[in-house]
Design a protein around this ligand. Sequence first.
Ligand SMILES: *[C@@H]1O[C@H](CO)[C@@H](O)[C@H](O)[C@H]1NC(C)=O
Ligand SMILES: *[C@@H]1O[C@H](CO)[C@@H](O)[C@H](O)[C@H]1NC(C)=O
Ligand SMILES: *[C@@H]1O[C@H](CO)[C@@H](O)[C@H](O)[C@H]1NC(C)=O
Ligand SMILES: *[C@@H]1O[C@H](CO)[C@@H](O)[C@H](O)[C@H]1NC(C)=O
Length: 359
Amino acid sequence: MAFNKMLLSGPMKRRLLLSFLCLLSLCLLDGWLTSNQGLLPVNVLRNSSSSPTVTVLLWHWPFNTSLSLKGDVCWDLYRIPHCKLVDRRSFFSSADVVVFHNKELIRGHQKLPVDFPRPPGQRWAWMSLEAPVHNGNLRRFAHVFNMTISYRRDADVTVPYGELLPKEADGRVTEDVSLNKSSLICWVVSNYRRRHKRSKVYKELKATVPVKVYGRWTKTPLPSEALLPTISRCYFYLAFENSLSKDYITEKLWRNAYLGRAVPVVLGPQLSDYRDVAPPNSFIHVDQFTSVGEIGKYLQSLAEDKKRYTDYFKWKLKWRVKLHTDWRERLCKICPQYNRLPQQKVYSDLEAWVNAKNT
Ligand SMILES: *[C@@H]1O[C@H](CO)[C@@H](O)[C@H](O)[C@H]1NC(C)=O
Ligand SMILES: *[C@@H]1O[C@H](CO)[C@@H](O)[C@H](O)[C@H]1NC(C)=O
Ligand SMILES: *[C@@H]1O[C@H](CO)[C@@H](O)[C@H](O)[C@H]1NC(C)=O
Ligand SMILES: *[C@@H]1O[C@H](CO)[C@@H](O)[C@H](O)[C@H]1NC(C)=O
């Protein structure tokens, strides 16, 4: 498309002006089309093969660990087209989105480029996968960011720790749930704090049923290759989050329990958050019981009833677990979302947004 050619060959200033004008006209046209539904198919403009490339600049790598951005990474690794991921700051003036990972900002290891004028139309994105309590004081970022990248489902770009994708029919009709269990309930915990709600639930639970504990807290750490095999020998796995906040469901559910083939007993966001992202009868939520004693009784009876227990694995016939661990994949996810972002958006109170309670 001509627009692409101009982008590549024109001198810088002309390019910026042009891309700005093009974006503007696209937006206007798009607005016109959507307000005149039926005259023209709106998706003409959204045809991925004709949409201009989105340039995403990562200002600094999360946790100081950089990954290769050689080639067209979003396409090569994730089949996401028209998405240019860069980490060289010289792209600042031409980037559509500049991404800032929160941790380094709040620790003062990195700074926002507030001394440079922000190119018109450029969006600054705030990115964090931490629960609110670990994000620090965000009041200083009022009126700075245009978008959020978080595990939250109401973020502009949602990057969950994991998710379930529909399984392609592969001829396999049954999921093998051979039971080779030696423990009723297992918990893996490194960071034990008495004040955590999960610690209180654990203590009450182990007063009624046996709970096997691994991890740094009990000085029985599991090497990563032993984690899933160990969990697979437990009927139930306590997927207890250390922070109870909206949508905060981590690899404790997606990887440890689901891939470890133990039924997850979850403690984290409210039941409805789990129901929205995980199939029924694939987990047991602590809030489904009136007391911890009831949970213990329920788990014990379930373990003694093979049919009812294995029903908790039926979801595997339809769903497969997809873990998200690579920052590049999270960043590439910006591009398919880019054209759906509101034209103008500013997080005037990021602190309030981050700390929003369950709705
Ligand atoms: C949409 O993309 C396809 C290729 O994927 C192309 O063949 C087609 O012409 C495009 N349509 C429009 C209207 O641009
Ligand atoms: C990040 O890594 C660089 C180079 O390895 C080092 O100089 C810098 O101190 C590190 N920063 C932090 C915050 O760890
Ligand atoms: C069952 O688990 C034990 C360890 O608890 C292991 O040694 C054995 O190989 C397992 N058997 C099967 C059939 O997986
Ligand atoms: C992004 O936020 C800045 C700072 O508040 C604002 O001036 C700018 O208009 C916003 N841009 C978009 C595209 O929303």
